[in-house]
Design a binder for this molecule. Structure first.
Ligand SMILES: CC(C)(COP(=O)(O)OP(=O)(O)OC[C@H]1O[C@@H](n2cnc3c(N)ncnc32)[C@H](O)[C@@H]1OP(=O)(O)O)[C@@H](O)C(=O)NCCC(=O)NCCS
Length: 161
């Protein structure tokens, strides 16, 4: 019996990757919660200072991405998403580790994120040292008008500069 290890490659992305990001966005986010961003929202934010995109590839195909915004020594993980067929094989964790390393290299001391109350991504964040910081009541609104709370998390980083 042979086992094939699939290499996860991380690389910076940009507005030219909007199509791949859009594809993952539509596949990854459940439309019931209204969390996905539009292509123009992604392109718009990528033009702002301190914003960067990280792409995860397996066998040269984009299977996930993370979008981050840094302001001074704090940053926010705006989005992280993995194509459903590629999940539970370490892509999300690799992206998160990559984001943390990039933040530390840029002098970011604290990384924040916010997640819908019942999103299983919370397990991923907890496993990477994020601590619960607060609740934003009725922050997300699904297409049917149903409201969902958001939970904020944060992690202190070690600056490597
Ligand atoms: C959250 C998400 C990015 C995780 O991606 P992934 O590639 O499946 O994550 P990994 O395989 O690296 O998972 C690492 C660990 O996180 C935890 N985890 C990830 N997804 C989980 C789930 N659905 N349920 C429970 N634990 C989960 C587990 O501890 C997992 O380790 P294990 O597989 O050894 O048990 C992916 O599920 C996704 O794209 N979700 C939709 C988009 C989203 O809601 N993003 C977060 C808000 S922006």
């Amino acid at each position: 019996m042979s086992t094939r290890v699939r290499l996860i490659e991380l690389a910076p992305g940009g507005a030219g990757d909007a199509e791949a990001v859009d594809r993952i966005m539509l596949a990854a986010f459940d439309p019931r919660y209204g969390e996905a961003w539009t292509r123009s929202q992604c392109i718009g934010i990528l033009a702002m200072p301190g914003v960067w995109l990280t792409l995860a590839r397996v066998d040269e195909a984009v299977v996930g991405f993370a979008l981050v915004r840094a302001i001074m020594d704090e940053a926010e993980l705006l989005l992280i998403a993995v194509d459903p067929p590629a999940r539970r094989s370490g892509v999300g964790a690799a992206l998160l580790r990559g984001v943390i390393a990039e933040c530390e290299g840029r002098g970011v001391a604290k990384l924040h994120l916010e997640v819908r109350a019942n999103n299983p991504a919370v397990a991923l964040y907890a496993a990477h040292g994020f601590r619960h910081a607060g609740v934003r009541r009725n922050y997300y609104r699904g297409p049917g008008g149903q409201a969902f709370d958001a939970h904020t998390y944060a992690r202190e980083l070690e600056i490597h500069r």
